[in-house]
Write a protein of this length. Structure first.
Length: 141
């Protein structure tokens, strides 16, 4: 289990939370739970409904779309944020490539954080727009 300073440092390294003050990061930290998962463990399955997002604190995860590897992500990466927002189906499968430590935040707790720290919404929209653009470039060239 990470201590409070390590948890805050992990959250600060996430682009979504990088502009947050220490006090705001503490609110985010209180809304998350830390989990450990072994290599090979599936975090999320494409097409299944989701209600939470995961922040990689330690280790690496592989992201697959339609059984095709699209990315390997490490500490500071967030996966599952689209389902976090709309509680819709997962757009990718994510599997731990190594043993991982993750922070998990569910829809209800995340919405409470957004209500408390509205500036996170701007970062989230920028991040999602960037992902849509990347996917558009991959698909259309």
């Amino acid at each position: 289990m990470a201590n409070k300073k390590q948890q805050l440092d992990s959250l600060r390294s996430v682009a979504l939370f990088s502009a947050c003050s220490k006090k705001e990061l503490e609110k985010v930290a209180k809304a998350t739970d830390e989990v450990s998962m072994p290599a090979g463990k599936m975090i999320m399955d494409q097409g299944r409904l989701g209600r939470e997002a995961f922040i990689v604190v330690d280790g690496e995860v592989v992201v697959k779309r339609n059984n095709r590897k699209v990315a390997t992500l490490g500490p500071g990466s967030v996966v599952g944020e689209m389902s976090l927002l709309d509680k819709g189906p997962r757009t990718a499968t994510v599997i731990c490539d190594t043993d991982c430590t993750l922070l998990v935040i569910d829809h209800r707790r995340f919405m409470a954080v957004i209500d408390t720290i509205p500036s996170i919404t701007h970062k989230l929209m920028e991040g999602l727009a960037g992902r849509v653009r990347d996917l558009d470039r991959q698909y259309y060239g």
